[in-house]
Design a protein around this ligand. Structure first.
Ligand code: FES
Length: 189
């Protein structure tokens, strides 16, 4: 009698335990399923990735002679709105330039010209020296001077001979919005 009771108790305890375990598993699954939409919302969508790959900037307030700095992929990008005098100076042949036609340098094909830009008024360039990556200083009358080892660049980022920088400053891919008020860096059209 006692032995039968013990066996029944053990069977009942096992059933209860199995039911309890089943309930816990079900509850856990329910919680996981309900979290899926939230987890999805934390993951970057393809639109976000596209945004991270490119930067959009309003250039409508940039005055002639002014330069703004943006950050694209962790690197400084300068947008210089050149004056008419600056543009005219770029058209004069300068025998001091190492790579005057930017044949050895990096830029989109649409910016391989004397001004090294799609629209000659707006110069878009990576603010990093092509020697060892220092940040050059903007000099409105002449161009850019790298403080580290003295490389000089004109107002189109073309390096002057005798400098350690081997190439012109890098022009990143970019294009203008349809209304011309914004610049999109990181994409060519
Ligand atoms: S890093 Fe610019 S000249 Fe060396």
């Amino acid at each position: 009698m006692t032995s039968d009771n013990n066996i029944q108790s053990v069977v009942q305890w096992t059933k209860n335990k199995a039911l309890h375990l089943g309930f816990m598993v079900l509850a856990g699954l329910t919680v996981m399923v309900s979290l899926i939409p939230f987890v999805r919302s934390w993951l970057p969508s393809s639109a976000t990735k596209l945004t991270e790959a490119s930067v959009r900037a309003d250039i409508s307030q940039l005055m002639p002679g002014q330069m703004m700095t943006l950050v694209w992929q962790g690197k400084p990008v300068w947008v210089l709105r050149r004056t008419q005098a600056m543009i005219a100076a770029l058209k004069n042949a300068n025998p001091q330039l190492r790579d005057p036609h930017s044949e050895l340098s990096v830029q989109p094909s649409s910016a391989q010209n004397d001004a090294r830009s799609i629209h000659e008024e707006y110069f878009v360039v990576l603010g990093k020296c092509t020697h060892m990556g220092c940040i050059p200083v903007y000099q409105p009358n002449s161009g850019f001077l790298c403080p580290c080892h003295g490389s000089k660049f004109d107002l189109a980022g073309r390096v002057l001979k005798g400098a350690p920088a081997p190439k012109n400053l890098i022009v990143p891919p970019y294009h203008f919005s349809v209304d011309g008020k914004s610049l999109i860096i990181g994409e060519v059209k």
